[in-house]
Design a protein around this ligand. Sequence first.
Ligand SMILES: NC(=O)c1ccc[n+]([C@@H]2O[C@H](COP(=O)([O-])OP(=O)(O)OC[C@H]3O[C@@H](n4cnc5c(N)ncnc54)[C@H](OP(=O)(O)O)[C@@H]3O)[C@@H](O)[C@H]2O)c1
Length: 298
Amino acid sequence: MVTMAKQKVLVAGASGYLGRHVVKEFVERGYSVRALVRNKEKLTDEGPNFEPPVAEIVEELFIGDAVDSSSLKNACRNVDIVFSCMGLTKPQHNITSEQIDHLGNKALLEDALSHGVMKFIYISVFNADKMMDSGMVKAHELFVHDLRASGLPYSVIRPTAYFNDMGMFFSFARKGHVFLLGDGTNRFNPIHGADLARVCVDAAATMGNSEIAVGGPDTYTYDETNLMAFQALGLEPKITHLPMWVGDIALFVIGFLNKPLKNIISFALAVSRIDNVAPATGTRHLKDFFKKLATKGG
Ligand SMILES: NC(=O)c1ccc[n+]([C@@H]2O[C@H](COP(=O)([O-])OP(=O)(O)OC[C@H]3O[C@@H](n4cnc5c(N)ncnc54)[C@H](OP(=O)(O)O)[C@@H]3O)[C@@H](O)[C@H]2O)c1
C-alpha cells in the first residue's frame, strides 16, 4: 500500500489563543505541524481561556522572534503551507504593531517565497476598511497588501472578536463593575477559537485566493455580553457607560506616553464604535464559555 506524505504546515503564533486551536485542528485533520514560537513552554499547559496544550502534538518547533527578522529565516524550509496569526495583541515594551503584524509577517512571506511554499493563510480583522485609523489594523492591512502583491496563493481570514477577548469583559464583571465605552448597543458576533480554527484549516485545502469574513453563531450587544458575564457569575450587574470622547482623550494622552499601547487601545476604541456582525459559523456559545470561566477561581 502506498502512503501519502502528510502536508507540512508552519503555524506562526502557535502559542496564542487562536494559534493553539489551529495547531490542534491541523493535527486532527492529518497535517504535520511545525510551530513557530518565541517560548516553547507556552505550548505545554492549558491556557487561561482554555487554549489546548499542544506541545505533545506538534511535530517540530522553530524558535523565532518577529522583532528580529533574521531569526525567521528558513522557518518555511520544506513547508507546504504557512498559517500566520502572529500578531501584537498586548502591549510589549517598545514594540509596535508595524514591527510584528506587518514587518514580521513580511519576513515570513519572503521566506515562504524563497522556499516555494504553496499557500499562505493570514489572519487580519473584520471591517478593517472601517478602522484604518487604528495602527494595529493598518499594520495588518499593509501586510495583506504585500501578500496580495506577492503572487503566492493566499487566504485572508477576517474574524470578529474571539472568546478570549470576551474574557476581558468577564474579568471586569468578576471585579463587580464594568465600565463600557459607548452606549452598549453596538452588535457583534464573537467566535470561539476552535470554531475559527475549522475555517482556517478549511482555507488550507481550497485552491486559489480568498478573503473570508467570519463570526460566531450568536449576535449580542455589548450590554448583553456584559449582562451575560454577570449572570454566569451570579452577580448583580453594574455597568457604567462612558462617552466615547473619554476614550478619545485617554488615547490622545497615551499616544504621547506609550505608542505600542496606543495602537492596541485605538483598536479597542474603533471596534466599540461600529457593529461587527460577520457571516455566522460555529457551534460554540459565549454563554457556555462564560459559565466555564465562572467555575475557575480568579
Ligand atoms: N483576539 C481577537 O479578538 C482578534 C480579532 C480579530 C483578529 N485578531 C488577530 O488574530 C491574531 C491572533 O490573535 P490572538 O487573540 O490569538 O492573539 P494572541 O493570543 O496574543 O497570540 C498572538 C501570537 O503572536 C505571537 N507573537 C507576538 N509577538 C511575537 C513576536 N515578536 N515574535 C513571534 N511571535 C509573536 C504570540 O507569541 P507569545 O505567545 O510569545 O506572545 C502569540 O503566539 C492577531 O493578529 C490579532 O490581531 C484577534
